[in-house]
Design a protein around this ligand. Structure first.
Ligand code: ADP
Length: 469
C-alpha cells in the first residue's frame, strides 16, 4: 500500500473517530434533554392536578362523607398533553377534552402501585405512537381517592431525534468523503516532489549519468532538504567517480611508459646489445631504472590508497631537529652537484610517525635536488615559533610557474619541464597527506628561475607529551 493511500486512510479514520464521538455526545445530550423536558411537563401537570384537587375539596367532608369534587382538568391539558383521572376502582372519572373519545391506556400494575401511594413514569407503545405517561396517586386529607395520569405522545421528540440522526450521519458521511478526497489530493501534492526525486534517481541510475541534479524550486522544507542532500551525495559520488576514472587512466598511462622502455631495451638485448659489454650494461641500467621507478610508483600508490582508506598513524613524540639532521645527511649523499646546507635549526618535538615524517622531508628534499641544476643550493631549516613548528626546504632551482602552483599537490601532476626528469608525480600528494595526517599543512612559495620554498607546518607536542616517551 502506498504512503499516499496509508496517509489518506489514517487521516479519514482519525477524522471519522473524532466526528463519531462528537456526534454521539451531541445526540445523547439532545435526546436526554428532550425526554427530560417531556417528563418534567408530565410531572408538573400531575402535581398541578393534585394541588388543585386539594384546594377544591374540604378535607372534613371528604373524610366524613366521602364527597370529592374533581377540578376541571382541561385547564391542565395543553395540545399534546392528555390528562385522565381514575377512581380507586380503576374506572375513568374524568378525561381531558383533547382525548375526545379515546382514553389513556391503564396499566394494572402501575395503577396498583399508585394505590400504594407511588408515582410511576413509563413509556408504552400504542399501535401508532409511543406514549410517555406519568401516573400518580391523588390524595385528599391523607386518603388516596384515585390516580391522575398525564400522558404525552413522544412522536415529536422521536421525529426530531430521527432528523438529527439523519443529519448527523449524512453530515459525517459527506465530511468523510470530502476529507478523503482532500486528503488524497494533499498527500499527492506533498509527495509529488518525492516522486520527482525517485524519477531522477531512476534516470541517473539507468543512464549512469552522475552529472544530473535534482531541480530545487520548492521551499527549504523536509523535501527541499532531501533534494539538497541527494544533490550533495551525487556531487560527492561524481567527484569520487571522476577521481577514480582519472586515477585508473593516469596509472595505466604512467605504467605504459616504463613498460615500453623496458620492452625496447629487451629488444635491444635480443638484437645483439648483449654481445657488447658497454651496450649491455647501459641497457640493463635503463631496465633497472624503469623497474625501480615502477616499484616506487606502486609503493606510493599503495600508500595513497591506504591514506584514502583513512589509516591511522601511530603517533609518538618525535624530535624533529634530530630527524632533520638525518635527512640532511641523506640529502648530501643524493646531492648530485647541488650544495645542501643546514640553515637555522630550533629544537622541536612533535607527536607523529617518525618514518612518515622522514618520508615527507625526503620527498621535499628529493624534489629540491631534482629540480635544481648543478651548482645551485638547497637549504633545510627549522623554526619553532608562534605555536607552530615550521620545516622549510628551499632551493635555488627552476621554480614553478604560477599556473601550475595550485595543482602540484594533485596526484600525477607534473609541470611540463619536470616531465623530462622521471619522477612519478605522487611525491607531493604523499607529502601533503602526511602533513595533514599530523594535523598540519604544507605550503609553497615559488618564482620561476629563482627557486622554491616548501614549508611543513606542524603543531609542537605539549609540555606533558614532550617529557613522556
Ligand atoms: P615528481 O615525482 O614529478 O617530483 P611531485 O609530486 O613530487 O612529483 O611533484 C609534482 C610536481 O611539482 C613536479 O613534477 C614538479 O613539476 C613540481 N615541483 C615539485 N617540487 C619542486 C621544486 N622544488 N622545484 C620546482 N618544481 C617542483
Amino acid at each position: 500500500m502506498s504512503i499516499r493511500t496509508r496517509l489518506t486512510l489514517w487521516y479519514v479514520g482519525l477524522l471519522a473517530a473524532i466526528l463519531i464521538v462528537f456526534a454521539l455526545i451531541l445526540y445523547s445530550f439532545l435526546a436526554y434533554n428532550l425526554r427530560a423536558e417531556v417528563d418534567q411537563t408530565l410531572e408538573t401537570r400531575a402535581q398541578q392536578v393534585a394541588a388543585s384537587l386539594q384546594a377544591e375539596n374540604d378535607p372534613l367532608s371528604v373524610m366524613l362523607l366521602g364527597l370529592v369534587t374533581l377540578p376541571p382538568i382541561d385547564v391542565f391539558s395543553s395540545p399534546g398533553v392528555y390528562v385522565q383521572v381514575l377512581r380507586t376502582d380503576g374506572s375513568i372519572a374524568r378525561r381531558s377534552a383533547n382525548l375526545e373519545d379515546q382514553y389513556l391506556p391503564i396499566d394494572r400494575e402501575v395503577f396498583a402501585q399508585n394505590m400504594h401511594g407511588e408515582s410511576v413514569l413509563y413509556t408504552i407503545q400504542t399501535h401508532q405512537v409511543r406514549l410517555r405517561i406519568f401516573s400518580a396517586p391523588l390524595t385528599v386529607a391523607g386518603r388516596i381517592i384515585g390516580a391522575v395520569q398525564v400522558g404525552q405522545s413522544l412522536y415529536e421528540v422521536d421525529s426530531t431525534l430521527r432528523t438529527v440522526r439523519l443529519l448527523l450521519s449524512g453530515g459525517i458521511a459527506a465530511t468523510l468523503l470530502l476529507a478523503a478526497l482532500g486528503g488524497a489530493f494533499l498527500s499527492r501534492a506533498a509527495l509529488r516532489p518525492i516522486d520527482r526525486i525517485t524519477q531522477t534517481a531512476l534516470r541517473i541510475s539507468r543512464a549512469e549519468d552522475l552529472s544530473q541534479r535534482l531541480e530545487r524550486t520548492g521551499p527549504q522544507d523536509e523535501v527541499g532538504r532531501l533534494a539538497a542532500t541527494f544533490n550533495e551525495m551525487l556531487e560527492r559520488l561524481e567527484e569520487l567517480f571522476t577521481t577514480q576514472q582519472r586515477l585508473v587512466a593516469d596509472v595505466s598511462h604512467e605504467l605504459r611508459t616504463p613498460l615500453t622502455t623496458i620492452r625496447g631495451n629487451i629488444d635491444l638485448l635480443r638484437r645483439g646489445a648483449a654481445e657488447d659489454p658497454q651496450a649491455r650494461r647501459e641497457t640493463l641500467e635503463a631496465i633497472e631504472g624503469e623497474v625501480t621507478r615502477m616499484s616506487r610508483m606502486v609503493a606510493d600508490l599503495l600508500l595513497l590508497a591506504q591514506a584514502d582508506a583513512g589509516i591511522k598513524l601511530e603517533k609518538k613524540p618525535v624530535e624533529l631537529d634530530t630527524l632533520l639532521l638525518e635527512v640532511y645527511r641523506q640529502a648530501q649523499l643524493m646531492a648530485d652537484g647541488v650544495e645542501v646546507k643546514l640553515g637555522h635549526e630550533d629544537q622541536a618535538v612533535v607527536m607523529g610517525d617518525a618514518d612518515r615524517l622522514r618520508q615527507l622531508l625526503l620527498n621535499l628534499v628529493d624534489n629540491a635536488i631534482k629540480y635544481t641544476p648543478a651548482g645551485g643550493k638547497v637549504k633545510l631549516s627549522l623554526y619553532h615559533e608562534q605555536g607552530w613548528v615550521q620545516v622549510a626546504v628551499s632551493d635555488t632551482g627552476m621554480g614553478i610557474p604560477p599556473e601550475d602552483l595550485p595543482h602540484i599537490f594533485e596526484r600525477f601532476y607534473r609541470t611540463d619541464k619536470a616531465r623530462r626528469r622521471g619522477g612519478t608525480g605522487l611525491g607531493l600528494s604523499i607529502a601533503k597527506w602526511i602533513a595533514e595526517a599530523h594535523g598540519g599543512h604544507l605550503t609553497v612559495e615559488s618564482e620561476v628561475g629563482k627557486g622554491s620554498t616548501f614549508t611543513v607546518w606542524l603543531r609542537p607536542a605539549t609540555a606533558v607529551t614532550k617529557g613522556s616517551t
